[in-house]
Design a protein around this ligand. Sequence first.
Ligand code: ZN
Length: 203
Amino acid sequence: MSDINAVSMGPDAGRALHPYDEARAAAAVRELLLALGEDPDREGLKETPARVARAFKENFEGLWKSPEEVLTTTFDIGHEELVIIRDIEVFSHCEHHLTPFHGVAHVGYIPRGKITGLSKVARLVDLFARRPQVQERLTTQIADAIVKILDPMGVIVIIDCEHLCMSMRGVRKSRARTTTSAVRGVLRDPATRAEAISLITKG
Ligand code: ZN
């Protein structure tokens, strides 16, 4: 697979090289409309380049954030049981077509002293989702960031998404979903992993 290196980028890779250039993005959208043969100055499109540039800033704001900013931790020495956060909404864009993929993420971890808020895990998922992505890398980056910041005994991340680049074009198998997983630490143990997966898939 040619993009194997892109897939195996670590939790720190994938950040923007410079701050967002909104004027440049708006100019690029105007250029794209011209390339389509559209008239970017007609009434309906006049505000579109500026609007799309603002939307890009929001959709890709994870490029300008680090996982440490969102995944803050507290100490709780007593708790060494599996914590599962299910059905975290994922809205991302595939980096090959810049079309959306969306679905859910399930994250489980077994703490080793450090814990985090459930909403913080959702914000971590959102941070990595708001970058040009492939689902495999999104999955591993979430797992690796949790390993790095929380130093847990184990982590499991399962992501299940529908990719509009598949649903909208080519093989019109709309509703086809892609599932990816990343497992670290003691959750690699078959019995522990089976327990986590049964908790994630029930209900
Ligand atoms: Zn795609």
